[in-house]
Design a protein around this ligand. Structure first.
Ligand code: PEP
Ligand code: MG
Length: 539
């Protein structure tokens, strides 16, 4: 038996086989070739194969998501046949006497750069498509069709690290637990594991060797331990712990339908955080009072290109309808930093957490922002949607947002499209600047929601992504708590409500503190709703 230790991200015991995450990394080498005709033939054959794959994907997508959404695969097929694209690849092979892979890679880079440089957002989006198509060709050539990992029986996923776009593409039904060599406890991958109620241990270091692929293991998410090929007594101990945990969760079920109320009568809302439509089931199962944070950027992370207004509308409407009149707070696009989306073509930055992200993208690429706002307002006719904006630092930003909202509303009205006029709008309080001007901000909005993950990062100047700094990332720091208190006082002074949707909301050792600050709502991962209700009722 081998025991590995890491940082616990989400409690729970998982027992199963380890499967190493297979990343479809394709490294392109430049090789000199004598027989260029053979290389051109390899390219032609790969093109036929890729086109067949796209046809199959298209046909499946038509059934699953409809013709309009399946069109992307037709576009990719057309790109494969594009004369300029094909000519470029064949020319590079024949004139430079190089291998097909290199010619495809170079053509993809050139074409993507050309699209990227265009003014039109639609054409810029084609940069991702040309990369996608080229990667497909390269996968066919290397006969590596893994792509996002597809697994049979549920497994314990092991990886060096997982970025959010990889995590969201895993089939959640097939994942018993996550174990990673690296990664910070405050990253979005860790947050996703919590949202999905999946036991997770990160930062095991290099002890987590590839040779364990396929071996039986136990992940103890409470202790942050992994037992590989556990001996009899360990297996028995872990099975007992798993049963105890299940019994504990069962006990919590009795709290369903009960109020979130303290012994002396103080009430607080307990909502849940989600990353996708698939998480709504867990929200309802755990009896959350609403959704306090829908991280809408995961829609963009799951996709190969900008989700259309129709696609977004479909998701927001379904979530609102499923929540049947309960509040659904949807946060507008918050990409950048660790949440990278290829097709946005964002530049590499020295300090991405302090960079071009979230509302800064929305306020400078207003076409993207307006598409999302139109979808949100349209969906507002089907439930109680509220909208919240991330990374706010100034009153001016909020006024600009309100101006854009008015434009969107006017457009919808002119088109005779239904929406609710009284959609609540709020902002995330996750920068010290927002806290310091919170009194002014409170005059502009309906509510605040404190993003303690970023607020801690920016208040303490500690990068939440840097695993070496986990010990310095102290969300209990008095400065962070003072920030939350100040934001609460500002909100209440202006008659507005305030919630917390960062991970700190689920820190049960602080529930009393938040109650004493008069926090009105706590939004936590679905699995934490009932444990939090228990602590509130015992306070
Ligand atoms: C936060 O910063 O606390 C937050 C809720 O947003 P995210 O974790 O997605 O940055
Ligand atoms: Mg944040």
């Amino acid at each position: 038996m081998i025991t590995l230790e890491g940082k616990s991200v989400y409690g729970g015991i998982a027992i199963g086989k380890i499967a190493f995450y297979k990343r479809s990394e394709i490294t392109i080498k430049r090789c000199h070739v004598e027989d260029t005709k053979r290389e051109v033939k390899r390219f032609e054959e790969a093109k036929v194969k890729a086109s067949q794959e796209l046809q199959e994907l298209h046909d499946k997508a038509v059934e699953d998501v409809g013709e309009a959404n399946a069109m992307i695969f037709e576009i990719h097929q057309m790109m494969l046949e594009d004369l300029d694209y094909v000519e470029s690849i064949v020319n590079i092979i024949t004139t430079q006497e190089v291998n097909t892979e290199y010619a495809i890679g170079t053509t993809a880079d050139n074409f993507a750069a050309m699209f990227q440089a265009m003014d039109d957002a639609y054409m810029q989006g084609r940069a991702a498509d040309v990369r996608d198509v080229s990667e497909r060709l390269l996968r066919v050539l290397s006969e590596n069709k893994s792509g996002p990992m597809a697994v049979g029986e549920p497994v314990i996923i092991a990886a060096d690290d997982l970025v959010p776009s990889e995590t969201v593409q895993l089939d959640k039904e097939k994942v018993l637990a996550f174990v990673t060599m690296y990664g910070s406890a405050n990253s979005h991958t860790a947050i996703l594991a919590r949202t999905m109620n999946i036991p997770a241990v990160i930062g095991t270091g290099e002890g987590l060797a590839q040779e364990y692929d396929g071996k039986t293991a136990v992940v103890d998410g409470f202790e942050g331990k992994i037992y590989i090929e556990p001996d009899g007594p360990t297996m028995e101990r872990m099975q007992r712990k798993q049963q105890e945990d299940a019994a504990q969760r069962e006990l919590l079920q009795q709290l369903k339908g009960k109020e979130n109320i303290t012994a002396d009568g103080q009430k607080i809302q307990v909502y849940a955080n989600i990353g996708s439509m698939a998480d709504v089931g867990a929200v309802l199962k755990n009896d959350a009072g609403g959704i306090g944070l829908f991280r809408s950027e995961f829609l963009y992370l799951e996709s190969n290109t900008y989700p259309t207004e129709e696609q977004q509308f479909g998701v927001y409407k379904t979530v609102a309808e499923n929540m049947a009149g309960k509040k659904v707070i949807i946060r507008t696009l918050d990409i950048g930093a660790d949440k990278q989306v290829d097709y946005f073509g964002l530049d590499k930055e020295e300090n991405p957490a302090l960079g071009y992200r979230a509302i800064r993208i929305c306020l400078t690429q207003t076409d993207i922002f307006k598409t999302q706002l139109r979808a949100l307002y349209r969906a507002s006719a089907f439930g109680q949607i509220a909208i919240m904006f991330p990374m706010i630092i100034s009153v001016e930003e909020v006024r600009k947002i309100k101006g854009i909202i008015e434009e969107v509303k006017a457009e919808l009205k002119a088109e005779g499209i239904q929406f609710r006029e009284d959609v609540e709008t709020g902002i995330m309080i996750e920068t010290p600047a927002a806290v310091m001007v919170s009194r002014e901000l409170a005059k502009e909005v309906d509510f605040f929601s404190v993003g303690t993950n970023d607020l801690t990062q920016y208040t303490l100047a500690v990068d939440r992504q840097n695993e070496k700094l986990d010990e310095f990332y102290d969300a209990h720091h008095p400065a962070v708590l003072a920030m939350i208190r100040m934001a609460a006082e500002s909100a209440h002074a202006e008659g507005k409500w305030i919630g917390i949707c960062g991970e700190l909301a689920a820190d049960l050792s602080l529930t009393k503190t938040f109650l004493s600050m008069g926090i009105d709502e706590l939004s936590v991962s679905p699995g934490m709703v009932l444990p939090l209700r228990k602590v509130i009722r015992e306070s």
